[in-house]
Design a protein around this ligand. Structure first.
Ligand code: AMP
Ligand code: MG
Length: 407
């Protein structure tokens, strides 16, 4: 038996961050930037109005008030869009829209709300400061300024600033491509009729979803029967599009545990007993000409998902160049007594709630590694380390928060 930490350390010593690639902006969303993004030009690129109103020379409206408005002729209109050659001469003004370029000569904008909204002439009741409601060239970003630094995760706002400074492509670590294969001659594609002894394949949908949630590109190959030749040829075929292979099932000591048989032959895959519950049998190594990492996860559905959390997700995060590799943990109080098997790190499926300002966990499932409904009710995994078999109600426990999200 090896520990969870030892198994993870071996995986992380093999898996490397993917090489950087230039990707289109939307493909780069969610990835880690590996270049600094420098603005070539200033932002805003020109003085423009932050309000709908009137571009004026402030001197022309001095003294304007509710009781004695200043009336100015309106000599034109300037909307957001291609610049017009308009110039505001002394004693007149120009109607201006938000985002429109400030006409030469004007030094302030009078918001529409301070006027009667006139078209050919306008009555103005307040005096703006010089520069009022003008967004100055470069006040957001100066030409030559670094707006994003290498290492940044590209969320919505980061994609926005990249586009704003004119970038349509960014150099990032790409998303790892994960190929997911279920093994088992008992498996049937979900939705298809079940004959006696057969079950729906829940691992390939769940693991594909987990890979997507971890930031990967995931390909669900689906079901391969317990036939060594079919499995070997499937894996070999899939290698061309895989940065990582994930199989489930067939890694224990049964007579038809083909994954063990095939992977042991194809590459450097090693099968270990890891001191954890669920998820004790684990296969990991590399196969193929590019030494593609392959995870042989156990077949029981909860074991497969917990194993993904413990080992595959950190590996995918490392490939993405993301940190931290592991999910956030919080300390919570056990609402009920928690029990765990001797000599193994237990992952208990729990509901994590905030009660009176404190994290509290309640078990929502037994420990069976086939209990998928309990896994689906859980929003966290309580971690009971090796050497602890019981956590009394009211005592603290470490909890991994499983956030569910799309991408
Ligand atoms: P195995 O490791 O192949 O012996 O599988 C262990 C248990 O998990 C067996 O009860 C299998 O039927 C079940 N199992 C294996 N693969 C899947 C899968 N893809 N979906 C649902 N259950 C599975
Ligand atoms: Mg099997």
């Amino acid at each position: 038996m090896i520990t969870v930490e030892e198994h993870l350390a071996r995986i992380l010593s093999v898996v490397e961050p993917l090489s950087s690639l230039q990707l289109g902006l939307m493909d780069a969303h969610g990835c880690v930037l590996t270049e600094d993004v420098v603005a070539v030009a200033a932002l805003p690129g020109f003085d423009n109005s932050s309000q709908d109103g009137y571009a004026v020379r402030r001197d022309d409206v001095l003294g304007a008030s509710e009781s004695s408005p200043v009336v100015l002729p309106v000599t034109g209109d300037v909307a957001a869009g291609p610049a017009s050659p308009l110039r505001v001469q002394p004693g007149v003004c120009v109607r201006i829209m938000t985002g429109a370029m400030m006409p030469a000569g004007a030094d302030a904008v009078v918001p529409l709300e301070w006027t009667d909204g006139g078209i050919s002439s306008v009555s103005i009741t307040r005096v703006p400061d010089v520069g009022a409601y003008v967004r100055r060239v470069g006040e957001d970003v100066a030409a030559g300024e670094t707006v994003l630094t290498a290492g940044t995760v590209l969320g919505a706002a980061q994609i926005g600033i990249a586009a704003a400074v004119g970038r349509s492509r960014l150099v990032v670590r790409p998303r790892p491509r994960v190929v997911v294969v279920s093994t088992g001659s008992e498996l049937v594609e979900a939705g298809q009729p079940l004959s006696p002894g057969r079950i729906a394949d829940s691992n390939s949908p769940a693991l594909t979803a987990a890979a997507l949630e971890a930031g990967a590109i995931a390909y669900r190959v689906g079901i391969v029967p317990d036939d060594p030749r079919t499995l070997a040829s499937t894996l070999e075929d899939q290698l061309v599009r895989a940065d990582v292979l994930v199989t489930s099932g067939g890694v224990s000591v049964g007579a038809y545990d083909v994954v063990k048989e095939v992977l042991s032959r194809l590459g450097t895959v090693q099968f270990d007993k890891v001191a954890m519950q669920p998820g004790m049998p684990q296969g990991f190594g590399t196969i193929g000409p590019d030494s593609t990492p392959v995870f042989g996860l156990p077949g029981n559905p909860v074991s497969a998902l917990v194993s993904f959390e413990a080992f595959v997700r950190p590996a995918l995060r490392k490939m993405l160049g993301a940190t931290p590799l592991e999910r956030p943990r919080v300390r919570a109080v056990a609402a009920k007594t928690l029990t765990a098997p001797e000599g193994k790190q237990a992952y208990l499926r729990v509901l994590l709630e905030v009660k009176k300002g404190a994290y509290v966990v309640t078990p929502v499932s037994g420990p069976g590694s086939h209990l998928m409904a309990g896994m689906a009710r859980a929003n966290a995994l309580a971690i009971v380390p090796v050497g602890v078999e019981r956590i009394a109600a009211g005592d603290p426990v470490d909890v991994v928060v499983l956030e569910r999200r799309g991408r």
